[in-house]
Each structure stands twice: as structure tokens, then as C-alpha cells.
Design a protein around this ligand. Structure first.
Ligand SMILES: C[S@@+](CC[C@H](N)C(=O)[O-])C[C@H]1O[C@@H](n2cnc3c(N)ncnc32)[C@H](O)[C@@H]1O
Length: 183
């Protein structure tokens, strides 16, 4: 994909399709996704909300099979998703076992953005073990017991390969963990 195309998709996803994302870091994430997309056969999004990020990832990695999980999937902004996208209207922890047969962890990226409490995000990272785990809100400062705590644990273990955002001003932040099992 050209840089211009990725920038266009980033803008569209935020402005027209209600992705919960901040332009600069999201552009960096989607550009990185483009660079690794050939390694991937599956992308799972946990916490889809209005579906803007799901749509954007489908434009960047059109050859990939997608699984979209949300406990309230009825909020999707539009219906023009890739044919064959599997939508699961359940809590991420409940969906995990049911969809296990639908993907191969070493060829999968999971975007973890469902419940942001430490305990639940950690459970998601265990239940959806896969090559790349992307975390959103890594610089959230609302409470201690949330995604940043989990992200920093992975950082201490040197498993984080990318992070984008403005840490000092607690502007959202996106980070990528490479599971050491699938290196
Ligand atoms: C911040 S929004 C996701 C935004 C989306 N990833 C994006 O980038 O546009 C979080 C979503 O997670 C869903 N959610 C919250 N807890 C969940 C859970 N335990 N299992 C599945 N979905 C959950 C909510 O319904 C909400 O739609």
C-alpha cells in the first residue's frame, strides 16, 4: 500500500467510521500493520464498537480472515465489511474457546480493546495467545489497574516491539507485543 492510501484510510476510519483512535499513532500502527500483513492470515479484534478499526484493518490487510468479538456488536456503524468476517456477539472470555478452531495463533494478530481492566485484558492476552498482540490505551491514566499495568509487565519482559502515542500527556497509545513463543 502507498503511504497516501494508508493516510487516507486512517482519516476515513476516524472521521467517517467512528474508530476510537488518535490520528498520528493510528497512522503509525496501520503503516506497521501494512509492513507485517504478509505474515498474517488472521486478525481478531476484541472490542469492535462502531467497527471503524475493523474496517481500516480490512483495507490494509484485505487477504486476511477477520474475527470480530464484542459483547454488544449491534453498534456497528456500517455493514460493508469483508465477506466472511466472523462476528461474535459475546464477552471475549466466553468467545475464546468457541473460535479457537477458526485461527492459527502463529499467523494471527489480535487487537485487544475490549474490557480495559487489568484482570480482563490479561485474561484476553492469555486466551488469545497469538504472534502479535496489539494493545490500545497503553498510556491511559484513569486508574492503576488497567491496560498500562499489563503493558508494562510485557515491557519488563522485553516482549514489546512497538509503541506509539504521547506517554507524557496520556494520549491513548498503541503498543505491540510479539509473543516469544512465535518468534
Ligand atoms: C473502546 S471500544 C473499542 C473501540 C474499537 N476497537 C476501535 O478502535 O474503534 C470497547 C468495546 O469493547 C466492548 N467490550 C467491553 N467489554 C467487553 C468484553 N468483556 N468482551 C467483549 N467486548 C467487550 C464494548 O462493547 C465496546 O464496544
Amino acid at each position: 500500500m502507498t503511504d497516501r492510501f494508508v493516510a487516507h484510510i486512517t482519516k476515513q476510519a476516524i472521521k467517517e467510521r467512528k474508530a476510537h483512535q488518535v490520528y498520528k499513532e493510528y497512522l503509525e500502527f496501520l503503516s506497521w500493520l501494512d509492513s507485517v500483513s504478509e505474515e498474517l492470515e488472521y486478525i481478531i479484534e476484541l472490542g469492535v464498537d462502531r467497527g471503524g478499526n475493523l474496517w481500516a484493518m480490512q483495507q490494509i490487510a484485505p487477504h486476511v480472515s477477520f474475527i470480530a468479538v464484542d459483547s454488544n456488536i449491534g453498534k456497528l456503524y456500517s455493514e460493508d465489511y469483508k465477506q466472511g468476517t466472523v462476528f461474535v456477539n459475546e464477552k471475549s472470555a466466553d468467545a475464546a474457546l468457541k473460535i479457537k478452531k477458526l485461527y492459527v495463533p502463529e499467523k494471527t494478530l489480535v487487537f485487544i480493546d475490549a474490557c480495559h481492566h487489568y484482570k480482563f485484558a490479561k485474561k484476553d492476552s492469555q486466551l488469545y495467545a497469538s504472534k502479535y498482540q496489539v494493545f490500545h490505551d497503553i498510556y491511559d491514566d484513569k486508574k492503576d489497574n488497567r491496560i498500562p499495568k499489563l503493558f508494562n509487565e510485557f515491557k519488563d519482559k522485553k516482549e514489546i516491539i512497538k509503541e506509539w502515542g504521547d506517554k507524557e500527556n496520556h494520549i491513548v497509545g498503541i503498543g505491540v507485543r510479539l509473543d516469544p513463543t512465535y518468534k
